[in-house]
Design a protein around this ligand. Structure first.
Ligand code: F6R
Length: 241
């Protein structure tokens, strides 16, 4: 695993955006796996900046997001559809029909999991999967558990995840209890993975993910099995390595 620790969040965001931008310039038809949450916001801001400067185009790119809350329609202010529109999609030339997220408001969630899985298989493999990490070691919404599910599935969110994500909702009670998520198998099928972590809240999860045993108690530890993972950390997230 390639581990880089940056002196500041700004330097990390520049490096991550540079990696993604470089990939898209080399392969304009790249398939990108995208994450939501606080971690990638500065990276997306830089991709928008580089698009506006004419340095990068998403015209032929395809994207797949990792997850979406169950029960939130795409236009809900806290949905991941809305997050992606606000932080990236509305500001670049990515065609709307090339930006894919699971539909958390689908009437038949099992059918929606199968549809999303089949779409990734048809249009994939994902060239670069961007990942954040939960302080409990989750990747996407694969929470620590005795067993993990390989494909796209419905998951019950850990209480710690609901608490951590309450900041995006008016009332903490409004955080959905379930999500649709890519499984660890879907993630490990990406050609390359960019794992990003910021802040001391992530330091222990990063230590377990990168240096601990491979265990479903820390789903991110499965990334040790992947041959092409780049891990970009700020100093706080990397302080226990
Ligand atoms: C988001 C996702 C999650 C987050 C993780 C970290 O699509 O899949 O695994 O990456 O919860 O969230 P932040 O970046 O908000 O700390």
């Amino acid at each position: 695993m390639n581990i880089h620790i940056y002196e500041s969040e700004e330097l990390l965001d520049e490096a991550a955006a540079g990696l993604i931008g470089g990939l898209v310039r080399l392969n304009p038809r790249a398939v990108l796996g995208l994450a939501t949450g606080s971690t990638p916001v500065g990276i997306y801001r830089r991709l928008v900046r580089d698009y506006r400067a004419g340095l990068i185009s998403f015209r032929d790119v395809t994207t797949f997001n990792l997850d979406e809350y169950v029960g939130l329609p795409a236009d809900h202010p806290a949905s991941y559809h809305t997050f992606m529109r606000e932080h990236l999609f509305d500001h670049v030339d990515l065609p709307s029909d090339a930006a894919h997220l699971p539909n958390g408001a689908a009437a038949d969630l099992d059918a929606e999991c199968r549809r999303y899985e089949a779409l990734i298989e048809a249009k994939g493999p994902i060239d670069l999967q961007i990942l954040g990490i939960g302080s409990n070691g989750h990747i996407a919404f694969n929470e620590p558990a005795p067993e993990l599910v390989p494909g796209v599935h419905v998951v019950e969110l850990a209480e710690s995840t609901r608490r951590a994500n309450a900041r995006f909702f008016d009332d903490p009670q409004d955080v959905p209890k379930h999500a649709l998520t890519m499984g660890v198998g879907s993630i490990l099928q990406a050609r390359a993975i960019l794992l990003v972590a910021k802040g001391k809240d992530k330091a222990e999860a990063i230590r377990r993910a990168l240096k601990g045993p491979i265990t479903t108690d820390c789903p991110a530890s499965l990334l040790q099995l992947h041959p092409r993972v780049v891990c970009m950390l700020d100093q706080e997230a990397g302080e226990l390595l």
